[in-house]
Write a protein that binds this ligand. Structure first.
Ligand code: SF4
Length: 414
């Protein structure tokens, strides 16, 4: 490697670091230290021309939106529309969870038509292509293909092992993770150890070359609040901690996926356990949903859990839509899910990072009945279109001439 090439790359790296530090409001040295110790990961495939995204300690809480086809509903244009809506509403990443249609075509179109990091679950393709006949070679081929296509991060369900199968019958819902169920079916049918656990070193070799981040999946994430924080969940987390150490030795970025359904009073413990066992690796929580009965409104249940988890140190929230547990989300479901998750992430960042400037600006705009500025500051980027009738109004229809803000302003002035 010639010196000029090395110097040029160092210059690009320094500039990238400076831009991220500025955007995240963190000192460059601190950011660099955290990237080196693995508590922050930069998500971007080396083949892809997008801005790298920082996820982890001391940077803003990020949110992910899942999209993707199902076997009964394959409409790639519709999924792309969902992806674009999610990005418009400021989802930081997308995950393509497609399991219907031409999976390569869908993935490459999303990669081409969006500019945020894209995550996938390679075991979906491997299982769909070969079912129970898949093996580590075919799984590695899928991982390699997706790395070459430009996927930025991948869920790898390497933590579930044979010793956990027996205890699963004790659970209310043994498993809810789709990728986890594929691996589990293979393990039971073949009476063999999880190939992703056994050959994790080979997975690392493949992703390392493309600077792809591994999101270690929690196949045994609880799907019922009653199952939360049980022995199986913690056993799998301990495996994820071991795999994190292996990945760090190879310089591969690791994110740890977490629950699932968790009652409010167990959320803090879940964050502490993940940070402790996985040596401060960024924590990516799927919700968590704080109750099992909010069907139709699980985005609210997920936002409550997400806000609390992020306040205690979770770094990355996977959105939940109103269609959770019911079906493939619509465009409107995606929009609502992203907004709910953005609210959760920001509410946590107000406490975690002291990020309150926008809230203060909003309060001042509200005091001045400055609708234009209120809409500019709003999490919903389309408020000004929806409420354009308010722009010149001196009060809203709630109190009309008895607007408290106007009355108090008038009397306090005198
Ligand atoms: S009219 Fe009532 S609700 Fe509307 S801005 Fe004034 S005080 Fe607030």
């Amino acid at each position: 490697m010639d010196l000029k090439y090395v110097m040029e790359n160092l210059r690009i790296y320094d500039k990238m670091l400076m831009n991220i530090a500025k955007k995240e409001g963190i000192r460059e040295q601190k950011l660099e230290k955290r990237i080196k110790d693995g508590s922050v990961v930069l998500v971007k495939n080396s083949n892809r021309n997008i801005e790298p995204l920082a996820i982890g300690e001391g940077v803003h809480t990020k949110i992910n939106a899942n999209i993707g086809t199902s076997p009964g509903l394959v409409d790639v244009d519709y999924e792309l529309e969902k992806a674009k809506i999610a990005v418009r509403y400021k989802a930081d990443t997308l995950m393509d969870l497609s399991i219907g249609g031409d999976l390569n075509e869908i993935r490459t179109r999303i990669l081409k038509e969006t500019d945020v990091p894209l995550g996938t679950v390679p075991i979906y393709d491997a299982f769909i292509e070969q079912r129970i006949d898949m093996d580590i070679d075919s799984i590695l081929r899928v991982i390699e293909r997706q790395c070459e296509q430009g996927v930025d991060f991948m869920t790898i369900h390497a933590g579930i092992t044979q010793d956990m199968i027996k205890g699963m019958k004790e659970r209310i819902i043994p498993i809810t993770s789709r990728g986890g169920s594929f691996i589990l079916a293979w393990m039971i049918k073949n009476q063999r150890e999880n190939p992703l656990y056994e050959h994790f070193d080979l997975v690392l070799d493949v992703v390392k070359e493309h600077e792809v981040v591994i999101s270690l999946g929690d196949a045994l994430r609880p799907a019922a609040t009653e199952d939360a924080t049980d022995t199986l969940q913690i056993q799998e987390l301990i495996n994820l901690g071991k795999l994190t150490k292996m990945a760090r030795k190879e310089g591969v970025g690791i994110i740890i996926e977490g629950p699932g359904h968790v009652p409010l009073n167990q959320i803090k413990a879940n964050v502490i356990l993940e940070k402790k066992i996985c040596d401060n690796a960024p924590f990516y929580v799927l919700g968590p949903l704080v109750t099992d009965i909010a069907v139709g409104y699980d985005h609210i249940s997920g936002a409550i859990g997400g806000a609390l988890a992020a306040m205690y140190g979770a770094d990355f929230l996977c959105y939940v839509t109103p269609a959770e547990h019911l079906g493939l989300p619509s465009i409107e479901d995606v929009r609502e899910g992203v907004i709910a998750s953005k609210i959760a992430a920001h509410a946590a960042d107000m406490i975690k990072l002291g990020d309150t400037t926008r809230d203060l600006d909003m309060s001042n705009a509200r005091k001045e009945l400055n609708w234009h500025q209120m809409f500019e500051l709003s999490i919903d980027v389309d408020m000004k279109t929806k409420y354009s009738n308010l722009i010149d109004k001196k009060a809203c229809t709630m109190c009309g001439e008895y607007c408290a803000l106007k009355i108090v302003e008038e009397y306090l002035r005198n």
